[in-house]
Design a protein around this ligand. Sequence first.
Ligand code: THU
Length: 154
Amino acid sequence: MTDSSTGAILIAAARHAARNAHAPYSRFAVGAAVMLNDGRIITAANFENASYGLSLCAETVALAMVSSAGDLARVTEIGIVGGAMDSDGRPTGTSPVGPCGRCRQVINEAAQIGGRDVIVWCGAAEGDAVERYPLSLLLPHAFGPADLGLGKMN
Ligand code: THU
């Protein structure tokens, strides 16, 4: 499933996850929702740290959870939303947010291990704007497991 209804489900799940962002420093909440090939959805939010550089992006947290459960090769799609927090800590804004460069590389790990061009849905905290990209468009000529002799592992 890579249709827009899947995208809408992942964006809704990512919005829900973003409400638990620990982002008191940037006050920018991000949620990620990873779809597995058995229909399960794993969600996470960004997790900042008082030592700013140790902060973890929502996509990276979600994919670490997926990998830790032994499911990295099952990843098919990921939905991402983000927005500046209002005074109540709720994410706001209508501009879709894309994954940072490091997260693109982390998504690529799942993509190559699973042998799929993972679909990335980019949404905003509010509104209907959603963008759909295959990872290969966001991270062309990627370095990954294949360069180290690892093929598809599912
Ligand atoms: N952030 C993510 O969680 N994912 C991204 O792809 C971009 C940035 C987080 C990191 C930091 O907590 C906040 O957004 C502002 O950069």
